[in-house]
Design a binder for this molecule. Structure first.
Ligand code: THU
Length: 137
């Protein structure tokens, strides 16, 4: 299996963040998911005048992948924030990611301007998460 190219994923996440629709928060987010098949699926946050209907970048990327028939992932890069404070995935995105990603999946959160990053895993971000094992019994 090829090593994960985090630079390429970061570049893809920063690129898609340019398409972020965030007139209310002015906070751009880009996400890039590396799928098992080697494809990269991206997403950006899309806000709405009814604020609660906003879609996060991570979930947008995940929906793109699933709509393409992909359900297995190797890595996630999120790009948001500046001044050495990378944006981290929100709680809802952590839960949605856990539907298709294993706890050992690496997650890299990097600022948009390259001033800082945090490397972690989905399991660290969502310990003791609720999963299909709970529902299926
Ligand atoms: N946002 C994301 O895209 N992903 C997250 O995990 C956290 C928050 C977006 C939603 C909103 O457009 C903006 O960041 C500020 O909350």
């Amino acid at each position: 299996m090829k090593p994960i190219d985090f630079d390429k994923l970061t570049e893809a996440a920063r690129h898609v963040a340019l398409n972020s629709y965030c007139p209310y928060s002015r906070y751009r987010v880009g996400a890039a998911l590396l799928a098992d098949n080697g494809m990269i699926y991206t997403g950006c946050n899309v806000e709405n005048a009814s604020y609660g209907l906003t879609v996060c970048a991570e979930r947008a990327a995940m929906m793109n992948a699933v709509a393409d028939g992909v359900r297995g992932f190797r890595a996630l890069v999120v790009t948001a924030g500046a001044q050495a404070r990378p944006g981290m995935p929100c709680g809802s995105c952590r839960q949605v990611l856990s539907e298709f990603c294993t706890p050992d999946m690496p997650v890299l959160c990097a600022t948009l301007d390259g001033s800082g990053s945090v490397q972690t895993t989905l399991g660290e971000l969502l310990p003791h998460g609720f999963s299909k094992l709970d529902v299926e019994g």
